[in-house]
Design a protein around this ligand. Structure first.
Ligand SMILES: NC(=O)c1ccc[n+]([C@@H]2O[C@H](COP(=O)([O-])OP(=O)(O)OC[C@H]3O[C@@H](n4cnc5c(N)ncnc54)[C@H](O)[C@@H]3O)[C@@H](O)[C@H]2O)c1
Ligand SMILES: O[C@H]1[C@H](O)[C@@H](O)[C@H](O)[C@@H](O)[C@H]1O
Length: 335
């Protein structure tokens, strides 16, 4: 069976996901497109999905008989209504991060999915499908003993002018929030953000770098540097310190070159290539599960907890205080 997918939002990641569905994945094809800017949908149709129909609205795409499942790849603030629409239509939906831009919005999705009684929503936290992170998690479970601390960093070469201080949390650190929860099988109880000396390469509206300090319910302490104008590349680091040993996230595979008295190795510069295989794997997993009517991977609950945790981090940015994080009870659907 070929699963027929509709893509809402045909910007950078909607285009990249459509390309991978059409050219890399098996058992799935893109049959429908919608973007708020029709020219964006037309451009993607011409480049990667000539047979796909361009719909007048996202709601029409969700309702279309030929669409088995939906990918929401539009701007973050638009995710909630499309995801709720897909749940109402009983169609599986893959939603790029963030699930919603407010914790209340994410809760509405959790409530709607719980009422539907089955997992219809997968959130695009692709690192859970990354080979390196899976190797790190397996090592933690087999060799490290009880985890005590994590030292991590998330560095982007540069960010655009519209990227402002809270985006370091909502747009960037949100990946780390989900990754730490998943690695540790634990939730956060508090967050603090501190600001080192600012780099001269950051524009006025972004404080850069930042350090986020988290504490989990089991007492694990996490420090994570977010440095989004580091200049030299896209660099994701994670070191877990356990009672019996220490483990590091593997570096992406790269050829080391010896030349003119230098030993060198390239560093990737963008997230698309850094997590290429993880993006392929998360969408293949989604497509494979559509026929069963139940999806897997990061859930709406994970998206909701990420939203609550990131709101606390933004409050911590604004106040300089250590901010408590309290989670509501988890609905049975997510046990
Ligand atoms: N998982 C990841 O690592 C990752 C990486 C990049 C982006 N993202 C997420 O993907 C989403 C899109 O990011 P992007 O970089 O592709 O942005 P983008 O700006 O390139 O594309 C967004 C698209 O959404 C369209 N759009 C805006 N409002 C819409 C609406 N109401 N209905 C339908 N379409 C609408 C825009 O016209 C644009 O084509 C964001 O939520 C972002 O956080 C995730
Ligand atoms: O949307 C992108 C993406 O999520 C990247 O993985 C992250 O490194 C960037 O900071 C963010 O802007």
């Amino acid at each position: 069976m070929t699963v027929k997918l509709g893509v809402i939002g045909t910007g950078m990641i909607g285009t990249d996901h459509t390309r991978r569905i059409q050219e890399v994945l098996t058992g799935a094809e893109v049959v429908a497109l919608y973007d708020y800017l029709p020219e964006n949908a037309a451009k993607l149709q011409a480049a990667h999905a000539p047979g796909a129909k361009i719909h007048e609205t996202g709601e029409a795409l969700i309702a279309a008989d030929e669409v088995d499942a939906v990918l929401v790849c539009s701007t973050g603030s638009t995710h909630e209504s499309y995801v709720l629409g897909a749940i109402e239509a009983g169609k599986p939906v893959f939603c790029e991060k963030p699930l919603a831009t407010t914790a209340e919005g994410a809760k509405r999705i959790v409530d709607a999915e719980s009422a539907a009684g089955r997992r219809l929503v997968q959130v695009g936290f692709m690192r859970r499908f990354d080979q390196g992170y899976n190797m790190l998690k397996a090592t933690m479970e087999s060799d490290l003993g009880t985890p005590l601390m994590i030292h991590a960093c998330h560095r982007n070469a540069a960010v655009p002018e519209h990227y402002v201080t809270p985006m370091a949390i909502h747009d960037t650190f949100i990946h780390e929030i989900d990754t730490f929860r998943w690695l540790l099988d634990d939730d956060f109880v508090s967050a603090q953000v501190i600001f080192p000396r600012k780099t001269r390469h950051a524009h006025d509206k972004v404080a850069d770098p930042q350090i986020v300090l988290l504490e989990t319910s089991k007492g694990v302490r996490i420090d994570c540097e977010i440095f989004v104008n580091c200049r030299y590349g896209y660099d994701i680091q994670c070191q877990v310190v356990g009672e019996e040993g220490v483990a590091d996230l593997p570096e992406p595979m790269a050829v080391a070159t010896r030349r003119e008295a230098r030993l060198s190795q390239p560093i990737l510069t963008d997230w698309k290539s850094r997590f290429m295989a993880a993006f392929d794997a998360e969408l293949q997993d989604f497509a494979d599960r559509v026929p069963s009517g139940h999806v897997g991977g990061p859930s709406a609950w994970d998206g909701y907890v990420a939203a609550i945790s990131s709101d606390a981090c933004v409050t911590a940015q604004e106040t300089g205080a250590i901010v408590d994080i309290a989670l509501p009870d988890r609905p049975a659907l997510y046990d």
